[in-house]
Design a protein around this ligand. Structure first.
Ligand code: FAD
Ligand code: 2HG
Ligand code: ZN
Length: 456
């Protein structure tokens, strides 16, 4: 599938699903939440990019923490491997099975439990779709501290598990800061209640942080995720994104109804700046003055300010649509890198030289966070192209002390690459933690950490 081959063998200590297992799950969850239907399974076995494909025979849809706990307790006792799945929009092959792991989809756990309007603290289940949370909060005069192109499908549990960054990171920072508590089910079914609605707490280790960004390899995030939404006040800048000319071309070519708001002359780069202040008129004046000043000083050659919300969304469509346009263009090799901002684009240029006419090399991302999305587009997957890209991209990133995954996680794609960004001692400690929390290694196997080391 795709062209990337992964040298992992199915862990022989895992059991194979049998009809007795299926019956047990039906007793636990009810028949309709135990899915064996081939079409439904086909969708759940393939990732958003259609690059990673598993062969699971079973999809479970728990409705409560208790059910997740019962499932895991049973799977652990049988040594049946599982893969937690949210909206299945992840970009590193983390959300789909590699072999026949049982898929546990949290989407039916989608209740908003409470919003404290004084503190701005939201409590909700892990299967809530990000866009639904955002609309709910907007109605109440709040904003989610997280926004991303996949908001219509991705779930907050998936966002937390990948430590998603997204478009508002520059303003609100990492989920490590905005999540106040989590409820997690461990591999053996134990429910860890790490929910606390207090802001300050220095009692012992902050264990919830372990699960943020753990990509489903240490536990399943369930009910009552606590996230802190912020009032739309404070500093004005809320997003600072960039795309290069090649990214703009890609969107204009492959997405219907998108147009460049600037006159057609060749610009090498575009930035998209969003402000969200407390006073709209004041905000607009500030932005217009900034634009004028930047043009006069030669910093930018042209620019346009959205006149209304519809025009603003049409600008966002360009930036958010790049991933979708790339999918339509053919095969894509994706890299999600943190790099010193002044070196960020050097890598894109170096890749263009390495690949010549064989590929389109796009650079875009979250400029305000020094997070580059390097995407390489080819008509189809080609191992000779891949050999020109890897390990070069990882080595270059490592030599600049960058991160090989700024916000998408490691998944299956980069499980064996972690050492480019983490020291051997750190990887060793991570493996010890994984073994402690999941002794049978049933949670999301082959992902995040090098499989051979986890198996030792
Ligand atoms: P999935 O894809 O289903 O799962 C992702 C990982 O989390 C898997 O390892 C899975 O096993 C695990 N997981 C899911 N739910 C749970 C749970 N309840 N408990 C434990 N583990 C769980 N990412 C960014 O950071 N910034 C962006 O701007 C951004 N934009 C995107 C735009 C598009 C168009 C797309 C397709 C993706 C984008 N992403 C972005 C990738 C991002 O990782 C996901 O969109 C999102 O965070 C994943 O949520 P999900 O519910 O789809 O999780
Ligand atoms: C974005 O910022 C997402 O648009 C997706 O993180 C990036 O597709 C990508 O490489
Ligand atoms: Zn991104």
């Amino acid at each position: 599938f795709g062209s990337t081959t992964f040298e992992v063998q199915r862990n022989p200590s895992f059991a194979t699903l049998n009809s007795e297992d299926v019956n047990r799950f039906k007793e636990m969850l009810g028949e309709k939440n135990v899915i064996e239907d081939e079409d439904r399974l086909a969708t759940a076995n393939i990732d958003w990019m259609r690059k990673y494909k598993g062969f699971s025979k079973l999809l479970l849809q728990p409705k409560s923490t208790q059910e997740v706990s019962e499932i895991l307790k049973y799977c652990n006792s049988r040594c049946l491997a599982v893969v937690p799945q949210g909206g299945n929009t992840g970009l590193v092959g983390g959300s789909v099975p590699v072999f026949d792991e049982v898929i546990i989809n949290i989407g039916s756990m989608n209740n908003i439990i409470s919003l404290d309007k004084v503190s701005g603290i939201l409590v909700c289940e892990a299967g809530c779709i990000l866009e639904n949370l955002d609309s709910f909060l907007l109605n109440e005069g709040f904003i989610m501290p997280l926004d991303l192109g996949a908001k219509g499908s991705c779930q907050i549990g998936g966002n937390v598990s990948t430590n998603a960054g997204g478009l508002r990171y520059v303003r609100y920072g990492s989920l490590h800061g905005s999540i106040l508590g989590l409820e997690v089910v461990q591999a053996n079914g134990t429910v860890l209640d790490m929910l606390g609605t207090i802001r300050k707490d220095s009692t012992g280790y902050d264990l919830k942080q372990l699960f943020i960004g753990s990509e489903g390899s240490l536990g399943i995030i369930t009910k009552k995720l606590l996230s802190e939404s912020k009032r739309k006040l404070g500093e004005v800048l809320s997003a600072f994104e960039f795309l290069d000319n090649q990214s703009m071309d890609m969107v204009l070519t492959y997405l219907d109804g998108v147009r460049n708001p600037l006159p057609p002359s060749v610009h090498n780069f575009y930035v998209l700046i969003e402000t969200t202040g407390s006073n709209e008129t004041h905000d607009k004046e500030k932005l217009e003055a900034f634009l004028l000043h930047s043009m006069e000083s030669g910093l930018i050659s042209d620019g346009v300010v959205a006149q209304d919300i519809n025009q603003a969304s049409s600008f966002w469509r360009i930036r958010e649509g790049i991933t979708e346009a790339l999918m339509k263009a053919g095969a894509v090799y994706k890299y999600d890198l943190s790099l010193p901002v002044e070196k960020m684009y050097n890598l894109v240029e170096k890749m263009r030289i390495r690949l010549g006419q064989r590929a389109k090399v796009l650079g875009y991302g979250h400029l305000g966070d020094a997070n580059l999305h390097l995407n390489i587009s080819t008509p189809e997957y080609d191992d000779t192209v891949l050999a020109q890209i890897e390990p070069f991209v990882y080595e270059w990133t490592s030599s600049h002390r960058g991160s090989i995954s700024a916000e998408h996680g490691l998944g299956l794609m980069k499980a064996n690459k972690i050492h480019y960004s983490k020291s051997p001692e750190t990887v060793e400690l991570m493996i010890s933690i994984k073994k402690l929390l999941d002794p049978n290694r049933i949670l999301n196997p082959y992902k995040v950490l090098p499989h051979s080391l986890v198996q030792e």
